[in-house]
Design a protein around this ligand. Structure first.
Ligand code: DP6
Length: 342
């Protein structure tokens, strides 16, 4: 990476959330945040985080404001943001604290991948502000250190995150598999509960790898599932992508259920929404569900069926709102400002 002499110390960036069709859960290195299995996701245009980073000599420690609320010192989110900033400061040879302001246009920490869009936007904004000319791959590695799913939000469309083999994690990066415009899909998100999840993904997966008897099988099974998912996406084979997506989701939640203590992110409306998706599919419309570490159900369908799927999910008791999304673009810098304008 180059440390360019741009002089810009403030930058804003937008990164979109993503949902994994082939999921990741568990790390092969916790300290470096390297996922134990590869994953494949789609980036979502409707869900995003806007983040501004200002490196300033006026502060002695980093400040992080999330959705307008200053995060108190000692807060995990502030520590994770500070660690991400440290990695960028090191690359830039910069010794200044930063103010970071992040706004999600969707519920935070509720299984809608706010850490994915959040850390992707953070590293893109921080590198731009600090004058670090990082390639998308390098940005992806930096984002992965913050949250593994964030590595995928650096890219748009269909994205694969590799677990890699190197000890330092330099080959654990994401890359675009297929441009979203090459195969437009719709994702309908059924929100069943907007509150933040009780157990974070990071804690949950630590506990799964330590206690679920299914965890070794999950890791062993992952490469072949990933190969099949990649091939199905490249072949635009929607039925196979959908079948693999549901299988990956249910395998993930089987891991969660068999973790001690059990991780049950679902509520009654989550289950009702799964059945609603299956009922629509039984009616002849290809649509498949997936669920992350939270109670929301995401239905993946073809754009011409998005209205029908959204209507069916809206009618499910306990579904509070429905968000419709297409596939989204890569993370990008929104603007930079020079020191003189700070
Ligand atoms: C269920 O990327 O949020 O969404 O790396 O510890 O921050 P950390 O975890 P995170 O976990 C995502 C888990 C998942 C599956 C996925 O997105 O692949």
């Amino acid at each position: 990476m180059d440390n360019t002499d741009g002089g810009a110390l403030t930058a804003g960036a937008r990164a979109h959330s993503n949902i994994a069709l082939a999921k990741y859960w568990g790390k092969r290195d916790s300290a470096l945040n390297i996922p134990a299995v590869g994953s494949i996701s789609v980036t979502l245009d409707a869900l995003y985080t806007d983040t501004t980073v200002s490196f300033t000599s006026d502060l002695t420690q980093d400040e992080f404001t999330l959705n307008g609320e200053l995060q108190p010192s000692g807060q995990v989110s502030l520590r994770r943001v500070g660690d991400a900033l440290d990695r960028v400061r090191k690359l830039a040879g910069l010794d200044r604290a930063a103010t970071v302001s992040s706004v999600n246009n969707f519920p935070t920490g509720a299984g809608l991948a706010s850490s994915a869009s959040g850390f992707a936007a953070l590293v893109v904004a921080a590198c731009a502000a600090a004058g670090v000319a990082a390639s998308p791959r390098e940005l992806s590695v930096l984002a992965r250190r913050g949250s593994a799913s964030a590595a995928r939000s650096i890219f748009g469309g269909f994205v694969e995150l590799h677990t890699g083999a190197s000890e330092d994690g330099s080959d654990s990066f994401a890359e675009e598999l297929l441009d979203g415009a090459a195969w437009p899909l719709s994702v309908i998100v059924a929100i069943t509960d907007e509150s933040a999840k009780p157990v974070s993904s990071t804690e949950g997966m630590q506990s799964t790898s330590a206690s679920s008897p299914f965890y070794p099988a999950w890791v062993a099974d992952a490469p072949s599932n990933l190969d099949r998912m990649r091939e199905a996406i490249l072949a635009r084979d929607f039925a196979t992508v959908g079948e693999l997506t549901e299988h990956s989701c249910l395998a993930l939640h089987s891991l969660m259920f068999t973790t001690r203590p059990a991780l049950i992110y679902w509520n009654a409306a989550t289950v009702a929404a799964i059945h609603a998706v299956r009922a629509v599919r039984d009616g002849g419309i290809p649509v498949y569900f997936t669920i992350d570490a939270g109670p929301q159900v995401k239905a993946v369908c073809l754009p011409q069926n998005a209205d029908t799927v959204a209507e069916a999910l809206s009618a499910v008791p306990g579904v509070r709102a429905v968000i419709r999304s297409g596939l989204g673009p890569a993370a990008r810098v929104l603007g930079t400002a020079t020191a003189g304008t700070l």
